[in-house]
Design a protein around this ligand. Structure first.
Ligand code: HEC
Ligand code: HEC
Ligand code: HEC
Ligand code: HEC
Ligand code: HEC
Length: 459
């Protein structure tokens, strides 16, 4: 025992160096195996394995020769040889075995614990609920989206250590503002420095793989006694991301760079198309021509990608009316209850600005008293179908809560969805050719993006 103590005391650098090398190596191997075993490379473990551990490994590798060099100088100066360990000595061997095996055990458990902790930080409940109460609106819309099972980090960080570090640094800044309570309400978009979609969306979607048109169906209900149903269907010319001119996704086959006229991207001043056939053409927004030189000096050109249309892919806030229509279709609100749509719309009333907390409470109270309307005007319905009525009233309240977030000053109108006329009209109908070429304008022709608009059941 004493021999080991002396050996450590006399050769602290060698000990430290050796320990650093073996610990970092063990951690790196363990993390790599875990990543492979779970089949899903994790951005946080990437940071530990590739950014944090290597400097320690290098430090360890430097310390060992440094120790040898110091020993050589000691010998040259005529100092006595340091003590040597004799592994043949049974007591030394016992202690060494104990240290090694318990050390290994601690290491493995620490690794697993750290990994699990880090994995948890990646889950949607951590991002959307625990840490980021301010993101409840985004979390609510996300849970109702097609991406409800896609982890937030798959779009907001994506694979690779550098982006992870970048996002955690900006995360730290956000935590600071959160603690001080001076964060923006609503949270600002566009998200500055959101990663280009080729590193996030396109890990799952390849738009050159599908082509042709897609039937879009919208179901709405009138406010009459029967809650009359309307079906509007039309063919969206989605096309292929691999073939320019094939339709909407044709933008992805060309390279389109544009100059925003405002930081919120609501207006676009200039754009340039590079088509796959090699031709290049520029277009300009006639109302912004004069501001162009100044904009060029101040604003960065942006390459158009998926997010210029699908900016609300995971966070589409629908209006109360749209959510009520959807609940009627899904029969969460019973469409056979007379005037139920009208009752829902009247309970909410004027609905343009995000409500205050007090106003939200008043509206919810009005929604729960919809039952009174049936007691008075349809006593039969109120008596025999109270189950259907309660269920429907709950669904109406849910629709209201899913489209109004007083705490963050968010309602369905706060964030514009670019995958709509509002988004397309920034270029289509606004841009004329600035250089000669294939087109004289970016067209707003009603048959460019969709055709076959019709009422009634789709054929
Ligand atoms: C399918 C990809 C995707 C997923 C999954 C996703 N987001 Fe987003 N998120 C986006 C895009 C795209 C934007 C808008 C970027 C823009 O307009 O610049 C955005 C914007 C945001 C914003 C900024 C405010 C706003 O509403 O525009 C917040 C906050 C946010 N997301 C939080 C989350 C949280 C929390 C999760 C997980 C519960 C999540 N996101 C999951 C793609 C995603
Ligand atoms: C981890 C994989 C993954 C990532 C990353 C991802 N998606 Fe998706 N996306 C899906 C899945 C799964 C669906 C649902 C398909 C279905 O329901 O048929 C989907 C559906 C969609 C749809 C069609 C449904 C709708 O909501 O309109 C669009 C558009 C879409 N994604 C765009 C995007 C965009 C834009 C991004 C990047 C901001 C993105 N996706 C990132 C997996 C992903
Ligand atoms: C940043 C500007 C911009 C926005 C925003 C934009 N487009 Fe375009 N779009 C263009 C340009 C430029 C062309 C012409 C490309 C060419 O000449 O090769 C085009 C062409 C098209 C075409 C014809 C396909 C082709 O290549 O001939 C369709 C369809 C289309 N856009 C649909 C849409 C839809 C739908 C939206 C909104 C969801 C939209 N675009 C938003 C710039 C834009
Ligand atoms: C110019 C705007 C625009 C761009 C850019 C764009 N999309 Fe789309 N995308 C649309 C529109 C519009 C639809 C049809 C939506 C509908 O049917 O209501 C659509 C449909 C889709 C769908 C559903 C297709 C189906 O048949 O179900 C997916 C998935 C999708 N886009 C993914 C992407 C991805 C990934 C990118 C980037 C590589 C991208 N889109 C780029 C406008 C765009
Ligand atoms: C640049 C492409 C583009 C052009 C041009 C275009 N639309 Fe659209 N339109 C869209 C997109 C994208 C949607 C789907 C919006 C959504 O999914 O919410 C849409 C949806 C619609 C809807 C359905 C709205 C609803 O609430 O269901 C109608 C009606 C419509 N367009 C009419 C027109 C008319 C009329 C014109 C000619 C002035 C026109 N569109 C030109 C892209 C276009």
């Amino acid at each position: 025992m004493r021999t080991i103590y002396l050996w450590f005391r006399q050769r602290p650098l060698r000990f430290l160096g050796g320990a650093l090398v073996s610990i970092t190596l063990a951690l790196m191997v363990a993390l790599t195996i875990l990543d492979i075993a779970t089949g899903m490379p994790n951005p946080y473990s990437g940071v530990i394995t590739y950014l944090i551990l290597p400097p320690f490994l290098i430090l360890g590798l430097v310390l060992v020769p440094l120790d040898a060099w110091i020993q050589r100088r000691r010998r040259a100066a005529g100092k006595p040889e340091p003590i040597a360990l004799d592994l043949g000595d049974p007591s030394v061997k016992r202690v060494a075995t104990f240290f090694l095996s318990s050390g290994a055990l601690v290491l493995v458990s620490l690794t697993v614990a750290a990994y699990k902790g880090v994995e948890y930080m990646d889950t949607k409940s951590f991002c959307g609920e625990v840490c980021h109460k301010v993101m409840i609106p985004e979390f609510t819309a996300y849970q109702a989206s097609s991406h409800a099972s896609v982890p937030c980090v798959d779009c907001h960080i994506g694979p690779g250590a550098p982006w992870m570090v970048k996002s955690k640094l900006s995360g730290l800044r956000q935590v600071w503002h959160y603690a001080k309570g001076d964060y923006h309400r609503p949270l600002p978009t566009p998200v500055v420095d959101l990663r280009p979609s080729r590193d996030t969306c396109e890990n799952c979607h390849t738009v050159d793989r599908f082509y042709g048109s897609r039937l879009r169906t919208t179901i709405t209900y009138d406010t009459d006694e029967k809650n009359s149903k309307h079906i509007l269907s039309m063919l969206m010319h989605v096309g292929s991301g691999g073939v320019a001119g094939s339709g909407i996704h044709g933008h992805m086959a060309s390279q389109i760079d544009y100059l925003p006229a405002t930081p919120d991207l609501k207006e676009i001043a200039w754009l340039r198309v590079r088509r796959p056939d090699g031709s290049v053409q520029e277009f300009v927004n006639s109302e912004k021509k004069d501001a162009l030189p100044q904009l060029r000096a101040q604003v960065k050109v942006r390459r158009m990608d998926c997010i210029d249309c699908h900016n609300r892919a995971a966070h589409e806030f629908r209006t109360f009316k749209q959510l009520v229509d959807e609940s009627l279709t899904k029969q969460r609100i019973d469409p056979t209850l007379p005037f139920i749509k009208k009752q829902a719309m009247e309970a909410v009333g004027e609905d343009t600005e995000p409500p205050s907390e007090a106003l939200q409470q008043q509206v919810l109270t009005r929604i729960s008293s919809i039952v009174e309307f049936y007691r008075k005007n349809y006593p039969d319905v109120a008596a025999k179908r109270s189950g259907d009525l309660d269920r429907s009233v709950r669904a109406i309240a849910d629709a209201y809560k899913a489209s109004h977030f007083p705490h963050m000053k968010v309602n369905a109108a706060t964030y514009t969805n670019w995958r709509s006329h509002d988004g397309c009209w920034r270029c289509h109908g606004a841009m004329e050719a600035a250089t000669p070429g294939k087109r004289t304008e970016v067209s707003q022709d009603c048959n460019l993006c969709h055709t076959d608009q019709r009422e009634g059941e789709p054929q």
